[in-house]
Design a protein around this ligand. Structure first.
Ligand SMILES: *Cc1c(COP(=O)(O)O)cnc(C)c1O
Length: 404
Protein backbone atom coordinates (compact mmCIF):
# COMPACT_ATOMS: atom_id res chain seq x y z
CA UNK A 1 0.00 0.00 0.00
CA UNK A 2 0.96 3.63 -0.51
CA UNK A 3 3.21 4.86 2.27
CA UNK A 4 3.98 8.55 2.00
CA UNK A 5 6.73 8.45 4.65
CA UNK A 6 8.56 5.86 2.61
CA UNK A 7 8.03 7.83 -0.62
CA UNK A 8 9.38 11.01 0.97
CA UNK A 9 12.68 9.26 1.64
CA UNK A 10 13.13 8.95 -2.12
CA UNK A 11 13.40 12.77 -2.40
CA UNK A 12 16.55 14.15 -0.74
CA UNK A 13 15.42 17.79 -1.09
CA UNK A 14 12.44 17.20 1.19
CA UNK A 15 14.85 17.08 4.14
CA UNK A 16 15.82 20.70 3.51
CA UNK A 17 15.09 23.61 5.77
CA UNK A 18 14.07 27.03 4.45
CA UNK A 19 14.42 30.03 6.77
CA UNK A 20 14.95 27.56 9.60
CA UNK A 21 11.66 25.74 8.90
CA UNK A 22 11.04 22.37 7.25
CA UNK A 23 10.45 22.85 3.54
CA UNK A 24 6.82 22.47 2.49
CA UNK A 25 6.98 22.25 -1.28
CA UNK A 26 3.65 23.15 -2.88
CA UNK A 27 4.92 24.46 -6.22
CA UNK A 28 4.70 21.14 -8.02
CA UNK A 29 2.74 22.57 -10.94
CA UNK A 30 5.79 24.71 -11.78
CA UNK A 31 8.29 21.91 -11.38
CA UNK A 32 8.36 18.65 -9.46
CA UNK A 33 11.11 17.46 -7.16
CA UNK A 34 13.58 14.80 -8.22
CA UNK A 35 13.84 11.35 -6.64
CA UNK A 36 17.23 9.80 -5.88
CA UNK A 37 16.88 7.20 -8.70
CA UNK A 38 16.67 10.00 -11.27
CA UNK A 39 19.60 11.87 -9.69
CA UNK A 40 21.52 8.57 -9.79
CA UNK A 41 20.74 8.12 -13.50
CA UNK A 42 22.21 11.58 -14.18
CA UNK A 43 25.33 10.90 -12.11
CA UNK A 44 25.74 7.46 -13.71
CA UNK A 45 25.66 8.96 -17.20
CA UNK A 46 28.38 11.55 -16.51
CA UNK A 47 30.41 9.16 -14.37
CA UNK A 48 30.37 6.10 -16.59
CA UNK A 49 29.35 6.56 -20.23
CA UNK A 50 29.21 10.23 -21.25
CA UNK A 51 29.60 10.26 -25.06
CA UNK A 52 27.88 11.56 -28.15
CA UNK A 53 25.22 9.29 -29.59
CA UNK A 54 24.37 7.80 -32.99
CA UNK A 55 27.87 8.48 -34.31
CA UNK A 56 30.72 6.63 -32.69
CA UNK A 57 31.75 3.04 -33.14
CA UNK A 58 33.37 3.18 -29.74
CA UNK A 59 31.88 1.52 -26.67
CA UNK A 60 30.86 4.60 -24.71
CA UNK A 61 28.99 6.01 -27.68
CA UNK A 62 27.21 2.70 -28.19
CA UNK A 63 26.23 2.55 -24.54
CA UNK A 64 24.93 6.11 -24.54
CA UNK A 65 22.99 5.50 -27.75
CA UNK A 66 21.44 2.32 -26.36
CA UNK A 67 20.36 3.99 -23.12
CA UNK A 68 18.96 7.01 -24.96
CA UNK A 69 16.94 4.83 -27.34
CA UNK A 70 15.81 2.64 -24.42
CA UNK A 71 14.44 5.79 -22.79
CA UNK A 72 12.52 6.60 -25.97
CA UNK A 73 10.94 3.13 -25.83
CA UNK A 74 10.01 3.59 -22.16
CA UNK A 75 8.24 6.81 -23.11
CA UNK A 76 6.59 5.17 -26.12
CA UNK A 77 5.25 2.40 -23.90
CA UNK A 78 4.15 4.78 -21.19
CA UNK A 79 2.05 6.84 -23.61
CA UNK A 80 1.13 3.77 -25.68
CA UNK A 81 2.40 5.27 -28.94
CA UNK A 82 2.36 2.82 -31.83
CA UNK A 83 6.00 3.39 -32.80
CA UNK A 84 9.07 4.57 -30.87
CA UNK A 85 9.91 6.98 -33.71
CA UNK A 86 6.66 8.82 -33.05
CA UNK A 87 8.30 10.10 -29.84
CA UNK A 88 10.50 13.13 -30.56
CA UNK A 89 12.81 14.28 -27.77
CA UNK A 90 12.60 18.04 -27.21
CA UNK A 91 13.75 20.49 -24.56
CA UNK A 92 10.23 20.70 -23.12
CA UNK A 93 6.59 21.47 -23.81
CA UNK A 94 7.33 24.94 -25.14
CA UNK A 95 9.83 23.56 -27.64
CA UNK A 96 7.43 20.80 -28.69
CA UNK A 97 4.59 23.24 -29.32
CA UNK A 98 6.81 25.58 -31.30
CA UNK A 99 7.98 22.67 -33.42
CA UNK A 100 4.42 21.84 -34.44
CA UNK A 101 3.35 25.48 -34.83
CA UNK A 102 6.28 26.35 -37.05
CA UNK A 103 5.71 23.20 -39.13
CA UNK A 104 2.10 24.13 -39.75
CA UNK A 105 3.17 27.46 -41.26
CA UNK A 106 3.73 25.61 -44.53
CA UNK A 107 0.40 23.77 -44.35
CA UNK A 108 -2.02 26.63 -43.62
CA UNK A 109 -3.44 29.32 -45.83
CA UNK A 110 -5.42 32.51 -45.44
CA UNK A 111 -8.90 31.87 -44.09
CA UNK A 112 -7.96 28.68 -42.25
CA UNK A 113 -8.98 28.65 -38.62
CA UNK A 114 -7.20 27.55 -35.47
CA UNK A 115 -9.01 27.03 -32.18
CA UNK A 116 -7.33 27.39 -28.78
CA UNK A 117 -8.90 27.30 -25.34
CA UNK A 118 -9.14 30.23 -22.94
CA UNK A 119 -7.39 28.10 -20.32
CA UNK A 120 -4.06 27.93 -22.09
CA UNK A 121 -0.58 28.53 -20.78
CA UNK A 122 1.18 31.35 -22.67
CA UNK A 123 3.33 28.71 -24.35
CA UNK A 124 0.19 27.36 -26.01
CA UNK A 125 -1.08 30.79 -27.09
CA UNK A 126 1.86 32.78 -28.38
CA UNK A 127 3.22 30.23 -30.92
CA UNK A 128 -0.25 30.07 -32.52
CA UNK A 129 -0.51 33.84 -32.66
CA UNK A 130 2.86 33.89 -34.39
CA UNK A 131 1.63 31.19 -36.78
CA UNK A 132 -1.52 33.20 -37.57
CA UNK A 133 0.57 36.30 -38.29
CA UNK A 134 2.68 34.31 -40.73
CA UNK A 135 -0.19 32.56 -42.50
CA UNK A 136 -3.17 34.92 -42.05
CA UNK A 137 -5.05 32.07 -40.43
CA UNK A 138 -7.61 33.14 -37.84
CA UNK A 139 -7.36 32.30 -34.12
CA UNK A 140 -10.64 31.44 -32.34
CA UNK A 141 -10.95 30.93 -28.60
CA UNK A 142 -13.10 28.44 -26.65
CA UNK A 143 -14.36 30.62 -23.78
CA UNK A 144 -14.14 29.59 -20.14
CA UNK A 145 -16.86 29.60 -17.51
CA UNK A 146 -16.87 30.82 -13.91
CA UNK A 147 -16.03 27.40 -12.46
CA UNK A 148 -12.91 27.23 -14.62
CA UNK A 149 -14.30 24.78 -17.17
CA UNK A 150 -14.55 25.27 -20.92
CA UNK A 151 -17.76 26.33 -22.62
CA UNK A 152 -18.11 23.24 -24.78
CA UNK A 153 -21.30 24.37 -26.54
CA UNK A 154 -19.40 27.29 -28.00
CA UNK A 155 -16.56 24.96 -28.94
CA UNK A 156 -18.89 22.82 -31.04
CA UNK A 157 -20.23 25.97 -32.72
CA UNK A 158 -16.71 27.23 -33.53
CA UNK A 159 -15.81 24.07 -35.44
CA UNK A 160 -16.37 24.19 -39.20
CA UNK A 161 -14.77 23.06 -42.45
CA UNK A 162 -12.16 25.84 -42.19
CA UNK A 163 -10.90 24.58 -38.82
CA UNK A 164 -7.49 23.04 -39.38
CA UNK A 165 -6.11 22.78 -35.87
CA UNK A 166 -7.34 22.65 -32.29
CA UNK A 167 -5.04 23.20 -29.30
CA UNK A 168 -5.97 22.63 -25.73
CA UNK A 169 -4.28 21.66 -22.50
CA UNK A 170 -5.24 18.40 -20.87
CA UNK A 171 -5.10 20.04 -17.44
CA UNK A 172 -4.99 23.79 -16.76
CA UNK A 173 -1.84 24.73 -14.86
CA UNK A 174 -3.48 27.80 -13.31
CA UNK A 175 -6.68 26.14 -12.05
CA UNK A 176 -6.18 22.38 -12.24
CA UNK A 177 -9.26 21.84 -14.44
CA UNK A 178 -9.15 18.52 -16.32
CA UNK A 179 -10.50 19.30 -19.77
CA UNK A 180 -12.77 16.90 -21.71
CA UNK A 181 -10.10 16.14 -24.28
CA UNK A 182 -11.84 13.02 -25.66
CA UNK A 183 -14.80 15.16 -26.68
CA UNK A 184 -12.50 17.90 -28.01
CA UNK A 185 -10.52 15.45 -30.14
CA UNK A 186 -13.52 13.56 -31.52
CA UNK A 187 -15.38 16.71 -32.51
CA UNK A 188 -12.29 18.20 -34.19
CA UNK A 189 -11.75 15.03 -36.19
CA UNK A 190 -15.33 15.22 -37.52
CA UNK A 191 -14.26 18.38 -39.42
CA UNK A 192 -10.82 16.88 -40.24
CA UNK A 193 -8.91 19.23 -37.95
CA UNK A 194 -5.73 18.04 -36.21
CA UNK A 195 -5.50 18.26 -32.42
CA UNK A 196 -2.53 19.05 -30.19
CA UNK A 197 -2.96 18.38 -26.49
CA UNK A 198 -0.61 20.10 -24.05
CA UNK A 199 -0.07 17.45 -21.40
CA UNK A 200 2.51 19.35 -19.31
CA UNK A 201 0.19 19.58 -16.34
CA UNK A 202 -1.66 16.30 -16.81
CA UNK A 203 1.24 13.87 -17.15
CA UNK A 204 2.33 14.05 -13.47
CA UNK A 205 -1.12 12.74 -12.46
CA UNK A 206 -2.65 10.89 -15.41
CA UNK A 207 -1.26 8.25 -17.76
CA UNK A 208 -2.60 9.16 -21.20
CA UNK A 209 -3.05 6.56 -23.96
CA UNK A 210 -2.40 8.45 -27.19
CA UNK A 211 -3.80 5.69 -29.40
CA UNK A 212 -7.02 5.35 -27.41
CA UNK A 213 -7.37 9.15 -27.44
CA UNK A 214 -6.60 9.13 -31.17
CA UNK A 215 -4.81 12.44 -30.59
CA UNK A 216 -2.56 13.84 -33.35
CA UNK A 217 0.04 15.49 -31.08
CA UNK A 218 0.62 15.21 -27.34
CA UNK A 219 3.39 17.14 -25.59
CA UNK A 220 4.95 17.10 -22.10
CA UNK A 221 7.93 18.26 -20.01
CA UNK A 222 10.06 15.84 -17.98
CA UNK A 223 10.59 18.32 -15.14
CA UNK A 224 6.93 18.22 -14.12
CA UNK A 225 6.99 14.44 -13.63
CA UNK A 226 10.05 13.94 -11.46
CA UNK A 227 12.51 14.29 -14.36
CA UNK A 228 15.13 16.91 -15.19
CA UNK A 229 14.60 20.38 -16.67
CA UNK A 230 15.45 21.04 -20.31
CA UNK A 231 13.89 17.79 -21.47
CA UNK A 232 10.51 17.01 -22.95
CA UNK A 233 8.70 15.13 -25.64
CA UNK A 234 6.51 15.52 -28.64
CA UNK A 235 4.30 12.61 -29.60
CA UNK A 236 3.05 12.93 -33.15
CA UNK A 237 1.15 10.46 -35.28
CA UNK A 238 3.49 9.16 -37.94
CA UNK A 239 1.42 10.60 -40.81
CA UNK A 240 1.60 14.09 -39.27
CA UNK A 241 5.30 13.93 -38.44
CA UNK A 242 5.97 12.94 -42.02
CA UNK A 243 3.88 15.83 -43.33
CA UNK A 244 5.55 18.49 -41.17
CA UNK A 245 8.85 19.99 -42.37
CA UNK A 246 11.87 19.81 -40.01
CA UNK A 247 12.13 22.50 -37.38
CA UNK A 248 15.87 23.06 -37.35
CA UNK A 249 18.63 22.15 -39.77
CA UNK A 250 21.89 20.64 -38.60
CA UNK A 251 23.69 17.46 -37.75
CA UNK A 252 21.75 14.25 -36.96
CA UNK A 253 18.69 15.32 -38.99
CA UNK A 254 20.02 14.64 -42.47
CA UNK A 255 20.36 11.59 -44.69
CA UNK A 256 22.75 13.14 -47.22
CA UNK A 257 24.14 16.67 -47.55
CA UNK A 258 25.52 18.34 -50.65
CA UNK A 259 25.34 21.93 -51.82
CA UNK A 260 22.95 20.89 -54.58
CA UNK A 261 20.48 19.04 -52.39
CA UNK A 262 20.18 17.78 -48.83
CA UNK A 263 17.81 14.98 -47.93
CA UNK A 264 16.38 14.60 -44.46
CA UNK A 265 16.72 11.70 -42.12
CA UNK A 266 13.70 9.59 -41.22
CA UNK A 267 11.75 9.85 -37.96
CA UNK A 268 12.55 10.70 -35.25
CA UNK A 269 15.91 12.14 -36.35
CA UNK A 270 14.35 14.60 -38.82
CA UNK A 271 13.21 16.62 -35.77
CA UNK A 272 16.30 16.06 -33.61
CA UNK A 273 18.99 18.26 -35.13
CA UNK A 274 22.23 18.63 -33.18
CA UNK A 275 23.47 16.89 -30.07
CA UNK A 276 20.46 16.45 -27.81
CA UNK A 277 20.22 16.49 -24.04
CA UNK A 278 21.35 12.86 -23.90
CA UNK A 279 21.48 12.65 -20.13
CA UNK A 280 18.10 14.41 -19.93
CA UNK A 281 16.45 11.84 -22.19
CA UNK A 282 17.86 8.97 -20.14
CA UNK A 283 16.80 10.62 -16.87
CA UNK A 284 13.31 11.22 -18.31
CA UNK A 285 13.08 7.45 -18.85
CA UNK A 286 14.19 6.85 -15.26
CA UNK A 287 11.53 9.29 -14.00
CA UNK A 288 8.79 7.49 -15.97
CA UNK A 289 9.96 4.18 -14.48
CA UNK A 290 9.91 5.66 -10.99
CA UNK A 291 6.38 7.03 -11.31
CA UNK A 292 5.11 3.78 -12.81
CA UNK A 293 6.66 1.86 -9.91
CA UNK A 294 4.27 3.78 -7.64
CA UNK A 295 1.40 3.63 -10.14
CA UNK A 296 -0.66 6.45 -11.58
CA UNK A 297 -3.93 5.21 -10.07
CA UNK A 298 -2.33 5.18 -6.63
CA UNK A 299 -0.88 8.66 -7.25
CA UNK A 300 -4.25 10.05 -8.39
CA UNK A 301 -6.14 8.55 -5.44
CA UNK A 302 -3.72 9.94 -2.90
CA UNK A 303 -3.52 13.37 -4.52
CA UNK A 304 -7.33 13.55 -4.64
CA UNK A 305 -7.35 12.97 -0.90
CA UNK A 306 -4.92 15.88 -0.48
CA UNK A 307 -7.04 18.04 -2.80
CA UNK A 308 -10.22 17.35 -0.82
CA UNK A 309 -8.53 17.95 2.50
CA UNK A 310 -6.77 21.10 1.33
CA UNK A 311 -9.96 22.52 -0.20
CA UNK A 312 -11.96 21.83 2.95
CA UNK A 313 -9.36 23.31 5.31
CA UNK A 314 -8.59 26.40 3.21
CA UNK A 315 -12.29 27.20 2.79
CA UNK A 316 -12.53 27.51 6.60
CA UNK A 317 -10.54 30.73 6.27
CA UNK A 318 -12.78 33.77 6.13
CA UNK A 319 -12.74 35.69 2.82
CA UNK A 320 -10.75 32.98 1.08
CA UNK A 321 -11.91 32.33 -2.47
CA UNK A 322 -10.89 29.40 -4.65
CA UNK A 323 -10.68 29.90 -8.43
CA UNK A 324 -11.35 26.80 -10.49
CA UNK A 325 -13.99 24.57 -8.91
CA UNK A 326 -14.54 21.98 -11.61
CA UNK A 327 -15.39 18.55 -10.24
CA UNK A 328 -12.70 17.19 -12.57
CA UNK A 329 -9.54 18.66 -11.12
CA UNK A 330 -5.98 17.69 -10.32
CA UNK A 331 -4.54 18.67 -6.94
CA UNK A 332 -4.15 22.38 -7.65
CA UNK A 333 -5.76 25.03 -5.45
CA UNK A 334 -5.65 28.57 -6.80
CA UNK A 335 -6.96 31.10 -4.31
CA UNK A 336 -7.00 34.64 -2.98
CA UNK A 337 -7.74 36.04 0.46
CA UNK A 338 -9.93 39.15 0.44
CA UNK A 339 -8.16 41.93 -1.40
CA UNK A 340 -4.69 41.02 -0.18
CA UNK A 341 -2.18 40.86 -3.01
CA UNK A 342 -1.18 37.23 -3.68
CA UNK A 343 2.50 38.18 -3.67
CA UNK A 344 2.34 39.47 -0.08
CA UNK A 345 0.88 36.21 1.18
CA UNK A 346 3.41 34.22 -0.85
CA UNK A 347 6.29 36.16 0.71
CA UNK A 348 5.06 35.46 4.25
CA UNK A 349 4.52 31.79 3.43
CA UNK A 350 8.09 31.59 2.17
CA UNK A 351 9.35 32.83 5.54
CA UNK A 352 7.48 29.88 7.05
CA UNK A 353 9.19 27.44 4.67
CA UNK A 354 6.13 27.04 2.43
CA UNK A 355 6.78 27.26 -1.32
CA UNK A 356 3.73 28.31 -3.37
CA UNK A 357 3.39 30.12 -6.68
CA UNK A 358 1.92 33.59 -6.85
CA UNK A 359 1.01 35.59 -9.92
CA UNK A 360 -0.69 34.89 -13.23
CA UNK A 361 0.90 31.41 -13.72
CA UNK A 362 1.65 32.17 -17.39
CA UNK A 363 -2.08 32.32 -18.02
CA UNK A 364 -2.98 36.01 -18.05
CA UNK A 365 -6.24 35.53 -19.99
CA UNK A 366 -7.61 33.48 -17.08
CA UNK A 367 -6.72 36.22 -14.59
CA UNK A 368 -8.33 38.83 -16.87
CA UNK A 369 -11.46 36.68 -16.98
CA UNK A 370 -11.69 36.76 -13.16
CA UNK A 371 -10.48 40.39 -13.08
CA UNK A 372 -7.72 39.62 -10.61
CA UNK A 373 -3.97 40.29 -10.80
CA UNK A 374 -3.16 36.72 -9.95
CA UNK A 375 -3.68 34.01 -7.39
CA UNK A 376 -1.78 32.01 -4.82
CA UNK A 377 -1.42 28.53 -6.20
CA UNK A 378 -0.74 25.52 -3.99
CA UNK A 379 -0.16 22.44 -6.11
CA UNK A 380 0.23 19.06 -4.42
CA UNK A 381 2.18 15.99 -5.36
CA UNK A 382 2.12 12.41 -4.10
CA UNK A 383 5.03 13.15 -1.74
CA UNK A 384 3.09 15.87 0.12
CA UNK A 385 1.13 15.28 3.33
CA UNK A 386 -1.93 16.52 5.17
CA UNK A 387 0.36 17.80 7.93
CA UNK A 388 2.02 20.03 5.34
CA UNK A 389 -1.41 21.32 4.29
CA UNK A 390 -2.00 22.21 7.95
CA UNK A 391 1.21 24.27 7.88
CA UNK A 392 -0.03 26.08 4.76
CA UNK A 393 -3.44 26.81 6.28
CA UNK A 394 -1.89 28.16 9.48
CA UNK A 395 0.49 30.27 7.41
CA UNK A 396 -2.30 31.77 5.32
CA UNK A 397 -4.22 32.64 8.50
CA UNK A 398 -1.13 34.28 9.95
CA UNK A 399 -0.52 36.25 6.75
CA UNK A 400 -4.15 37.36 6.75
CA UNK A 401 -3.80 38.64 10.31
CA UNK A 402 -0.60 40.52 9.50
CA UNK A 403 -1.86 42.06 6.27
CA UNK A 404 -5.46 43.07 6.98
C1 LIG B 1 4.57 24.17 -17.51
C2 LIG B 1 3.59 24.22 -18.61
C3 LIG B 1 3.99 24.57 -19.91
C4 LIG B 1 5.39 24.96 -20.25
O1 LIG B 1 6.28 23.94 -20.02
P1 LIG B 1 7.87 24.20 -20.16
O2 LIG B 1 8.47 23.01 -19.50
O3 LIG B 1 8.15 25.48 -19.44
O4 LIG B 1 8.16 24.29 -21.61
C5 LIG B 1 3.02 24.57 -20.88
N1 LIG B 1 1.75 24.25 -20.62
C6 LIG B 1 1.33 23.91 -19.39
C7 LIG B 1 -0.10 23.55 -19.17
C8 LIG B 1 2.25 23.89 -18.35
O5 LIG B 1 1.83 23.56 -17.12
Amino acid sequence: MFNVDKIRKDFPILKRNVHGKSLVYFDNAATSQTPQVVIDAIVDYYTNYNANIHRGVHTLSQEATDKYEEARIKIQQHFNAKEAYEIIFTSGTTHSINMVASGFASLLQEGDEIIVSALEHHSNIVPWQMLCEKTNAVLKVIPMQLDGTLDMDTYHQLLNENTKLVFCNHVSNALGTINPIEEIIDAAHKVNAAVLIDGAQATPHIKPDVQALNVDFYVASAHKLCGPTGQGMLYGKQEWLEKLPPYQGGGEMIATVSFEKTTYAGLPHKFEAGTPNICGGIAFGAAIDYMNSIGFDTIADYENELLEYGTQELLKIEDLKIFGTSKDKTAVISFNVGNIHPYDIGAILDKLGVAVRTGHHCAQPIMDFYQIPGTIRASFSFYNTKEEIDVLVKGVKRAQMMLS
